[in-house]
Ligand binder design. Structure first.
Ligand code: 2NM
Length: 359
């Protein structure tokens, strides 16, 4: 066998044996690289006589072409094999459920949802939302609300007071959102229609009380405002909130320093083993306190009680959220447990509207 034929056999054997593209490249360099065996043969052509070259030229170039062709074929085969291997391992199971994007996984806390629902309901009746600071002065939290010094509601053990300031005054965490309504009356001229949802703080912690909880209060100040208006607003708003056509309410006389007369309101319901239904049944549940704003409060805010009257109400958001959405334990609200939130939370783009449904 000639040297060329031997070389051809050797190189083609190596090409066939190359197990991957790196091994194949090594075979190519050994044969056709700068110092390769076939390149070496090609270089010998220059020193040959024309007759020798006429014979050797086609043989050597034929060898080069054959090897080049074999290299290309083997490279394609290796590429296809590698692709087949990937396709076999990198399978996609199209029957798997689509993974939610992070924006889809987020949930609105039920308290935020209830605040949004109440905002939509009262906005529809012409109310604006007013907000104020969590840290309040004694004057706005108590004095202006007709709660005098020495009143039991002011007791140190009931409110979170800060250390005294140089002037002797002691700021505190607001115990209700009423100071926001005082601020509103001081800053705006009637007619006033506001609701004030927000955090409030009281030193109280047991099965049914958390030291921070949420309130929404409402306030209307106008000429000729009366209890009939208050009753209508409460009935309509609670029907909308609990998403029922009818709801009976029971108004009982009560006492608050900032209203006169003052009333506590029960809402008709049916209490079953572990469920409460509104708008039916023979049971009653207390849900809010209300009354006509006390003339002293109006005067404290620069309003003449002979000219303007008003009514106000206050209710706990956490409690009505529990009732509406069937959450059994108040303490879960503030446990920051993502499993609880993903169960009871609301989708961020499902905004509550009166037209589209609240919840
Ligand atoms: C309640 C019950 C009754 C109330 C009164 C006022 C203000 F500022 F106008 F005097 N704001 N909120 C009020 C009245 C709050 O919560 C149970």
């Amino acid at each position: 066998m000639s040297d060329i034929a031997k070389l051809e056999q050797q190189v083609l054997t190596d090409v066939a044996a190359a197990a991957d593209e790196a091994a194949l490249e090594a075979v190519r360099v050994a044969a056709l690289g700068r110092n390769g065996t076939i390149t070496g043969l090609l270089k010998t052509l220059g020193a040959m006589t024309p007759d020798e070259r006429r014979v050797q030229g086609p043989l050597i170039n034929g060898l080069k072409d054959k090897v080049t062709e074999a290299l290309t074929a083997r490279r394609d085969a290796l590429k296809n094999a590698a692709l087949d291997a990937r396709l076999n391992t990198e399978t996609v199971d199209v029957t798997l459920p689509v993974r939610e994007s992070p924006t889809e996984q987020g949930r609105i806390h039920p308290i935020s949802q209830v605040i949004d629902e109440l905002t939509a309901i009262f906005a529809d009746m012409g109310f604006k939302v007013a907000e104020g600071p969590d840290i309040e002065t004694d004057d706005l939290n108590f004095t202006k609300l007709n709660i005098p010094e020495g009143h039991p509601a002011r007791q140190m053990q009931d409110s979170f007071y800060f250390n005294p300031k140089p002037d002797g005054s002691r700021p505190l965490l607001r115990t209700h959102t009423s100071p926001v309504q005082i601020r509103t009356m001081l800053a705006q001229k009637p007619p006033i229609r506001v609701i004030t949802p927000g955090r409030v703080y009281r030193i109280d912690s047991d099965q049914t009380h958390t030291p921070m909880f949420h309130q929404v209060e409402g306030l209307v100040i106008d000429k000729g405002s009366n209890l009939g208006h208050l009753k209508w607003i409460l009935e309509e708003s609670m029907k909308a909130f609990f998403e029922v056509d009818q709801v009976k309410m029971r108004f009982r006389p009560s006492y608050f320093p900032f209203t006169e007369p003052s009333l506590e309101v029960d809402i008709q319901c049916r209490i079953e083993k572990n469920e409460v239904r509104f708008g039916e049944g023979n049971d009653w549940m207390e849900i809010l306190g209300c009354g006509m704003v006390h003339p002293n409060v109006l005067r404290n805010c620069g309003l003449d009680p002979e000219e303007y009257q008003g009514f106000a109400w206050g209710m706990g958001i956490d409690r009505i959220a529990m009732l509406k959405y069937g959450m059994p334990d108040l303490r879960d609200f503030f446990a920051a447990d993502v499993r609880w939130l993903s169960h009871y939370g609301f989708r961020p783009l499902d905004l509550p509207t009166l037209a589209g449904g609240l919840s």
